[in-house]
Design a protein. Structure first.
Length: 204
């Protein structure tokens, strides 16, 4: 895949994109990202859920007796749904960031609630597909919020902060989630994530 990507870049994109270096006399610190703060805050609970989805849920499905091929198929389907939702981001943004995030938070909360009862392939498939829809809304809508409220000259910093929040959430989510799952069981973990998902609403 990397080789195909490199060939595509060199044959189709190289020479069409140019970077213009400009001198910046003004200090470009994190303070200039204040306008996008709510977008970043909204991402924190989402990235905690994302980390658990990627690191813990596959192990839970394996422990429940699902075959590795089935787990892979379910995650592929989830990401496929997520991709389809990505393609409709323009409509979601036009509908409104707050409304879109509220809907996504509700879908993610429903997904986590249904996961508390999951024990076989069909009962895992429904929450995973719902997760794909909710995730497909949050990621592009929050990113659109951030970029529209960030001065152009600090967009690089804004994207770095954006990716940093993903890194922190995907680190702390599995860590805390694994502890909860071991101490109280996966159902309690998913029930806690219902509350985490709903926290996104007031943050918008």
């Amino acid at each position: 895949m990397i080789a195909v990507s490199l060939i595509t870049v060199f044959l189709r994109m190289r020479g069409r994109i140019s970077l213009v270096n400009t001198s910046q006399k003004e200090h470009q610190g994190l303070g200039r990202l204040r306008g996008a703060l709510r977008g970043y805050l909204t991402l924190i609970p989402y990235t905690l859920i994302l980390g658990i989805y990627m690191a813990i849920m596959p192990g839970h499905m394996n422990a429940a007796g699902l075959a590795s091929a089935t787990i892979g198929l379910l995650i592929t389907a989830t990401n496929g749904v997520r991709g389809v939702t990505f393609m409709n981001v323009e409509r979601l943004v036009e509908w409104g960031h707050t409304k879109s995030i509220a809907v996504a938070a509700s879908i993610l909360a429903a997904s986590m609630f249904l996961a508390t009862k999951a024990s076989d392939t069909p009962s895992f498939a429904i929450p995973l597909l719902l997760y794909g829809i909710g995730s497909g809304i949050v990621t592009p809508v929050a990113l659109d919020w951030i970029t529209k409220r960030t001065p152009r000259e600090v967009l690089g910093t804004a994207m770095g902060a954006h990716e940093g929040i993903y890194g922190v959430g995907m680190c702390l989510g599995p860590l805390a989630g694994g502890f909860l799952a071991d101490a109280y069981g996966p159902s309690t973990l998913y029930l806690a994530l219902v509350g985490v998902a709903l926290v996104m609403m007031p943050l918008t």
